[in-house]
Design a protein around this ligand. Structure first.
Ligand SMILES: Nc1ncnc2c1ncn2[C@@H]1O[C@H](COP(=O)(O)OP(=O)(O)OP(=O)(O)O)[C@@H](O)[C@H]1O
Ligand SMILES: [Mg+2]
Length: 260
């Protein structure tokens, strides 16, 4: 087996008395979609913040290509190839689709002390932005104001903004939330394409979608890992069925503001 690109080792995060993430370990490999599923409040988003460096750990270690990055900032991890999207849209609505992507790319290449290479960086950012938009299927909407995109296109733009930073690991927090069937299918097609070159950690509630694309799954309950393994093993795991899969629609109890 190849070395994991990203590895969580016994990650723990406490918020006061609440243990939001409790001793969670998982591995993410090249050309793999590893889905993390679990009920509302299971700790999935918190886990992504720990991996991306936006929240400090209470315990454990994050490794990127075998290197301990637990004390690295989020920008440092991003520079090292770790990209992420958010459960809520994170785009600048008044700007064009291309400009959103270009700014994301620029955040990656920017080196403030190299002021003399600004023009060259600008060109590189634009190239990265255009390439990411094509990859994400938004090429023909590049000049559109982001506010005028459909909900699904906004989520595609979020993914394009990640791609503009040329990551090799992507953390996607509910990229299908609030999408209709057609938009979901388009996004799933995109994820299939992307995994040819990337490792993707996918947080998702839509079980049909998860089982359609995931190579490996981790199930979280109350901050802890209940089970982790290949899709068939997870589908047939009695504890998982009792705790999660048997419950029906897992988006039903989500507050609507999380479905933006
Ligand atoms: N900044 C915070 N301060 C205090 N508690 C928090 C904070 N962030 C998250 N929590 C709590 O940690 C737990 C895990 O939250 P988290 O958002 O990671 O769950 P989730 O699995 O992503 O849920 P959902 O499916 O609803 O998105 C919840 O009980 C939540 O209320
Ligand atoms: Mg969440």
């Amino acid at each position: 087996m190849t070395m994991p690109l990203l590895e969580a080792k016994n990650l723990t995060r406490k918020f006061g008395a609440l243990i939001a993430v409790n001793n969670v370990s998982l591995q993410l490999r090249q050309r793999e979609i590893h889905a993390v599923i679990g009920t509302n409040g299971a700790g999935k988003s918190t886990l992504t913040y720990l991996l991306s460096g936006e929240l400090p750990l209470s315990g454990g270690q994050v490794q990127l290509r075998g290197k301990d990055v637990s004390n690295w900032s989020q920008p440092a991890r991003s520079q090292a190839g770790l990209g992420r999207s958010y459960q809520r849209n994170n785009i600048f609505l008044p700007l064009s689709v291309r400009e959103n992507c270009r700014l994301a790319a620029q955040a990656k290449v920017q080196k403030p002390w190299q002021f003399w290479s600004a023009a060259q960086q600008c060109r590189r950012s634009l190239e990265a932005a255009n390439y990411a938009l094509e990859q994400a299927g938004l090429g023909k909407h590049a000049a559109t104001t982001a506010a005028n995109l459909s909900h699904g296109q906004k989520r595609q733009l979020e993914v394009a903004m990640c791609l503009a930073q040329q990551p090799d690991v992507l953390l996607l927090d509910e990229p299908l939330a609030g999408m209709g069937a057609e938009e979901s299918d388009r996004m799933l097609g995109l994820l299939h394409q992307l995994k040819k070159n990337l490792a993707i950690l996918l947080i998702e509630h839509d079980m049909d979608a998860v089982f359609a694309v995931a190579d490996r799954l981790t199930v979280m309950v109350n901050g802890s890992v209940l089970a982790s393994g290949l899709p068939d093993a997870i589908r047939n795991n009695a504890a998982v069925q009792t705790a999660y899969l048997g419950e029906g629609d897992h988006t039903a109890d989500k507050p609507t503001d999380l479905l933006i």
